[in-house]
Design a protein around this ligand. Structure first.
Ligand SMILES: Nc1ncnc2c1ncn2[C@@H]1O[C@H](COP(=O)(O)OP(=O)(O)OP(=O)(O)O)[C@@H](O)[C@H]1O
Length: 216
């Protein structure tokens, strides 16, 4: 069966099981929203999936994972570090190649961040930092996007612009979202987590809003 299989996912903290055991099949071409109340296990599940996928996946973690001392360009360029040789990466740290500068600049333009390429990540606003993490994930061009609340710091129009960009640039994604309307608008399938287990798994077009609300 084409797609991505995750088997026997479990996570515990301090001896307490917070995820699973659970298994998921994500079809190729499917955008999956992970919903559920705070503490249900969404971030932990995204992390477990990323640990299984590694190089095949692009990750937007909730904590973003930016290097504050480096400019925006290098934070985005990091999305493809494993595609280049060590010398190419070292050279790019000092004097980035024009094709990479242009690719990153085009992405930043689309994310409404023109002229920020050489600004250190430390000097950005929260919403700008989130967009840099998104640019890094898009730049990576992986097989699957795993994103944890990728638009939580963005205002309404920008949040919609970024969500539609993510689902257009990635054929397959799993995105943890607090905003249920956003989940139903941009995703094909809704998975609801409750106490680390799948409590709901429905096509977005058929899911009963009351069933989603029952998760909270
Ligand atoms: N590093 C950690 N140490 C101890 N417990 C943790 C740790 N990370 C997560 N947990 C616990 O695991 C459970 C699931 O947390 P998780 O962050 O995955 O939930 P979430 O659904 O993503 O929540 P939110 O919507 O608030 O981000 C919670 O009970 C949380 O307290």
């Amino acid at each position: 069966m084409p797609g991505f299989e995750f088997h026997g996912l479990t996570a515990s903290f301090n001896g307490e099981r917070v995820i699973g055991p659970l298994s998921l099949h994500i079809q190729e071409g499917e955008h999956v929203a992970l919903v559920g109340k705070s503490g249900a296990g969404k971030s932990t599940l995204i992390t477990l999936m990323y640990e299984q996928m590694q190089r095949q996946a692009a990750l937007v973690p909730q904590a973003l994972g930016l290097v504050n001392a480096l400019p925006v360009f290098h934070n985005v360029f990091m999305g493809r570090l494993d595609r280049h040789s060590a010398w190419y990466n070292a050279w790019s740290l000092v004097r980035p190649f024009a094709k990479d500068r242009e690719a990153v600049a085009a992405l930043l333009d689309e994310l409404d961040m023109p002229r920020k390429q050489w600004t250190p990540a430390a000097s950005l606003s929260g919403g700008q930092r989130q967009r840099v993490a998104i640019a890094r994930a898009i730049y990576r061009q992986a097989s699957i996007l795993l994103a944890d609340e990728p638009v939580s710091a963005l205002d309404g129009p920008m949040a919609h612009q970024v969500m539609s960009m993510l689902v257009n640039r990635y054929d397959t994604s799993v995105i943890a979202l607090h905003d249920v309307d956003m989940a139903r608008t941009y995703c094909d399938r809704i998975i609801g987590l409750q106490d680390g287990q799948v409590a709901l798994d429905e096509p977005a077009s058929q899911v009963d809003p009351r069933a989603i609300m029952a998760l909270y």
